[in-house]
Structures are given as structure tokens and as C-alpha cells.
Ligand binder design. Structure first.
Ligand code: AMP
Length: 222
């Protein structure tokens, strides 16, 4: 068993990375460090870092490596004597290299969901914009089609949730994350989990992590 277990989690948009990450930190004593959440927090507080990052985020671009590396290393420094799970970082090979240099990672968890499954799932997603409530026609349908259960207001589909837009996002993901995945493969710490849904992937992730860390409870259910 590793005392302080350090992991990064990788996965395409729509791969269920958020769901799996939240299950991990509920079942294991790990701090969840999400680069997107940290940036949004800085934007909310209007910090100089937040203001400059917002400019890139609004354009759908990556925030420069120097800014991101500084932000994440500072956060990691706060939990020197604990386990952590990095989510959304690294996004480039340079980020992966510097992270490995400063705070060696024990494991890179890569979630693999076939792209056609992701496209299908996202194109069935409907959102209640004012609250952010998300529905899926297949497994979390609203009681009345197209209507929010709580307010009775109309649901919408995000412009970037159409099959063509999702395919484009997945293509960008493969091109940018490919070198990061390769980096961890060469280091011999890449752990891949393949499935169609988070419920299919989660027991495999739980089993793997349980072999490295003691879970808060042995029960795979959350
Ligand atoms: P996310 O919530 O992870 O989808 O991140 C939202 C946005 O924050 C991304 O589209 C990027 O603009 C920025 N961002 C998050 N993490 C990183 C990172 N590791 N490197 C560069 N930009 C990032």
C-alpha cells in the first residue's frame, strides 16, 4: 500500500471523468484538485491570474503552461503529506513533464469510452439553463419530455452538444492529449479502463485503487 498516492485522471469530454473522480474522492482519502474548478474560482475572485486565464478560456483555448503549472504546483504544495487526484491537468506534454519532475505521479488513470458512445450520449443531453440541471433521454429523462422537473420550464440543447460539434471536440482532445498519454505510457504508470458507462468503469477503477490504497469502505457502491 502506498501512503501518499498521487494520481492524474485523463479522459475525453463526456467520458464520465467528473463522475469517476467524485466517486474516487468519496471512497478514498484523496484531495480532488480540478484545474478547471481552480481557474473558475480565480475568475470569481477576480484575481490577476483569473482575469488573464478568462481571456483564454472564453476563446476555448488552453491557458498558457507557465500560468497553469504555477497554479497547480502551489495547490499540490498545500497537501504535501496527503494523497491527491489531479483532474484536468496535465493537458500538454510540457505540463506532464514538469509535474513529474516536481511531484512524481504514481499512476495515470485513463478512461476510455468509445467516441461513438460519447457522441450518442452527449447528443441526448438536455439542460435547464437557469439551474444547470442536466437530463439524458436514455438514463435520466425528465418526467415530461423537454420540460424541467422542478420548475416546469423548457429544456434546451447546448449548441456545442450537437454530434458534429462533439466530434470536433473529441478530435481536438485526441490530438492534444495523445502526447500526454504516451508520456505516462513510457513511464510505465498508465492504467487504462475501458467501458461504455461510468457504472461499467467504476468497479475496475475501485478494484485497481483498492490494491494501492485502503478504501474508506470496502463497498464498491457509492
Ligand atoms: P475544464 O473545466 O477542465 O474543461 O477546463 C475549462 C477550461 O480551463 C479549459 O477549456 C481551458 O481553457 C482551461 N484549462 C483547464 N485546465 C487546463 C490546463 N491543464 N491547461 C490549460 N488550460 C486549462
Amino acid at each position: 500500500m502506498i501512503k501518499n498516492f498521487r494520481a492524474v485522471i485523463l479522459g475525453a469530454p463526456g467520458s464520465g471523468k467528473g463522475t469517476i473522480s467524485s466517486r474516487i474522492v468519496r471512497k478514498f482519502e484523496m484531495k480532488h484538485i480540478s484545474s478547471g474548478d481552480l481557474l473558475r474560482h480565480n475568475i470569481q475572485l477576480k484575481t490577476p491570474l483569473g482575469l488573464s486565464a478568462q481571456h483564454f478560456m472564453n476563446k476555448g483555448q488552453l491557458v498558457p503552461d507557465e500560468v497553469m503549472i504555477g497554479l497547480i504546483l502551489k495547490e499540490i504544495d498545500k497537501c504535501k503529506s496527503g494523497s491527491w487526484l489531479l483532474d484536468g491537468f496535465p493537458r500538454t506534454k510540457k505540463q506532464a513533464e514538469i509535474l513529474f519532475d516536481k511531484a512524481p505521479v504514481d499512476s495515470a488513470l485513463n478512461l476510455i469510452v468509445p467516441f461513438d458512445v460519447i457522441v450518442d450520449r452527449i447528443s441526448k443531453r438536455w439542460i435547464h439553463l437557469p439551474s444547470g440541471r442536466v437530463y439524458n433521454v436514455d438514463f435520466n429523462a425528465p418526467k415530461v419530455p423537454g420540460i424541467d422537473d422542478v420548475t416546469g420550464e423548457k429544456l434546451v440543447q447546448r449548441d456545442d452538444d450537437t454530434p458534429t460539434a462533439v466530434m470536433k471536440r473529441l478530435d481536438v482532445y485526441s490530438k492534444t492529449l495523445g502526447p500526454v498519454i504516451e508520456f505516462y505510457k513510457v513511464k510505465g504508470i498508465l492504467e487504462e479502463f475501458t467501458g461504455k458507462t461510468s457504472d461499467e468503469i467504476w468497479p475496475m477503477v475501485f478494484k485497481y485503487l483498492s490494491s494501492r490504497m485502503t478504501p474508506i469502505s470496502q463497498d464498491v457502491k457509492i
